[in-house]
Design a binder for this molecule. Structure first.
Ligand code: NAP
Length: 432
């Protein structure tokens, strides 16, 4: 028998477990560990609550979790409750699938002012992440700004702009729904340090902005190159740019505006004890397509600033780390230690990108550890013994099912579930 520990129960962790289960069948036991008693990582805490179709992929992960060779071990934090070295003693291989939950920093003055929040914090707040339940983002002002031109920036801007009615069918948490319903924000400026041809937003996500109940996207046609310049663009990007251009023709009478401000690089955030404005430098593209400042600056009012400029992985003691992820070569960190997903590649790609990623690392493990050989490592049995000695109480997949049932039973009309937003509420639900 082989024993594998996959650390992290988001998409990358589940695809890797699926691949290992397929490769080893009943000759391996695969434990998916998570610091929380609830699985799915990014699917639960990152994917926007109004994108339920994306969240449906968790049904596939359910099948993996329910297969005979796979167990979910929740409520265990690697690096705190058990070290990576201890896991490597207990398991044949350890695969880190811990994602990238920390916001990258802008590195400009004023970034620490109250009212400046990272997208991981803001997204965590509206998705019921316990670390951000008390974020209380300032929604009392009329102007907000979102920094970044990727899909996360779009998620944040859209969530700020939707009406209560538009959240029907979503699993947004109650505290966020109530706060957003009372929000005074009427203008959300989306700041891109480069131009429309350099956006990282995808067509489906951009297209949604044209159909919002109370908000309209706003672009300045002067920011766009002549339309012929779109022709050489990769088809997805060309579609996105065409959608952006089309925003200029939309009727503008809706009460809320989502203003795309291109060639706008934030250089400082200012305010008296809290954020009041962003100082932005106008840019032009340099020879290599980067943003070069022109020296011309202007100010944008904002009582909430959300930075959506990318994420980094949490370091784990004794695991080599650099550039916001674990140092690895094609997923291999060291002997029997691997990384997958954003912990391996950095924060890019769709949920589906993690599938080939996980399968590739599983292939390497299979090559290094033939399925017909076994080891004398103790796997989950040894782990649970160690955790017991330390007073850590792991949870299992049945516990998650109880939590899920309770969340579903508590759901408000039109919502699939009412998420618990405190760790202790998860534990109370399962009698801990
Ligand atoms: P992203 O796609 O890498 O976009 C990051 C944005 O931040 C870029 O526009 C980048 O501009 C900008 N940026 C970086 N540093 C900056 C700075 N110092 N000042 C100003 N702007 C800066 O990252 P993301 O939006 O966090 O998304 C992460 C991944 O998740 C992406 O692959 C995304 O597609 C995916 N995602 C998908 C969905 C969906 O499918 N619905 C939803 C959310 C996220 P430059 O290009 O100039 O560097």
């Amino acid at each position: 028998m082989r024993h594998f520990a996959v650390v992290g129960s988001g998409p990358a962790g589940f695809y890797t477990a699926e691949a290992l289960e397929k490769a080893y069948g009943d000759r391996a036991r695969i434990d998916i560990l998570d610091r929380y008693p609830v699985p799915y990582g990014l699917i639960r805490f990152g994917v926007a609550p109004d994108h339920q179709s994306l969240k449906a992929v968790s049904k596939r992960y359910d099948k993996v979790a329910e297969s005979a060779g796979v167990d979910f071990i929740g409520n265990v934090m690697i690096g705190r409750d058990v070290s990576v070295a201890e896991l490597l003693d207990l398991y044949d291989s350890v695969i880190l699938a811990t994602g990238a939950p920390h916001d990258r920093k802008l590195g400009i003055p004023g970034e620490e002012l109250p009212g400046v929040v990272g997208s991981a914090e803001f997204v965590g707040w509206y998705n019921g992440h316990p670390d951000f339940a008390d974020l209380d983002p300032p929604l009392h002002g009329t102007h907000a700004a979102v920094i970044g031109n990727g899909n996360v920036a779009l998620d944040c801007a859209r969530i700020l702009s939707k009406t209560r009615h538009e959240f029907e069918g979503s699993d947004i948490v109650g505290h966020a729904l109530e706060a957003l319903d009372k929000s005074a924000i009427r203008t959300v400026t989306i700041l891109g340090r480069r131009g429309p041809h350099q956006i990282a937003m995808t067509p489906k996500e951009l297209g949604e902005l044209g159909h919002l109940e109370a908000a309209v996207p706003v672009v300045d046609p002067a920011d766009f190159p002549p339309v012929q310049a779109d022709e050489p663009l990769e088809p997805g990007l060309r579609k996105s740019v065409t959608l952006l251009r089309g925003f200029a023709d939309l009727p503008q009478e809706k009460p809320k505006r989502m203003v795309f401000d291109f060639f706008a690089k934030p250089v400082a955030i200012e305010g008296d004890g809290k954020v009041e404005r962003i100082v932005v430098e106008r840019t032009i593209l340099d020879e290599s397509g980067g943003a070069r400042g022109t020296g011309e600056t202007y100010q944008i009012p904002a009582s909430l600033v959300i930075t959506a400029i990318g994420y980094s992985t949490s370091p784990i003691p004794d695991v080599p780390y650099g550039g916001g992820k674990f140092v690895n070569e094609s997923g291999r960190i060291a002997d029997r230690l691997y990384a997958v997903g954003w912990a391996r590649r950095g924060p890019s790609g769709t949920i589906g990108t993690n599938r080939p990623d996980g399968y590739e690392v599983a292939d390497q493990i299979v090559a290094a550890m033939p399925a017909d050989q076994s080891s004398d490592r103790s796997g989950a049995e040894g782990l649970k013994r160690l955790l017991g000695e330390r007073g850590v109480m792991p949870t299992d997949y049945d516990d998650w099912r109880k939590i899920e049932e309770t969340e579903t039973a508590n759901a408000r009309p039109g919502s699939p579930r009412e998420k618990f937003v405190r760790h202790e509420h998860w534990l109370q639900t399962i009698g801990r």
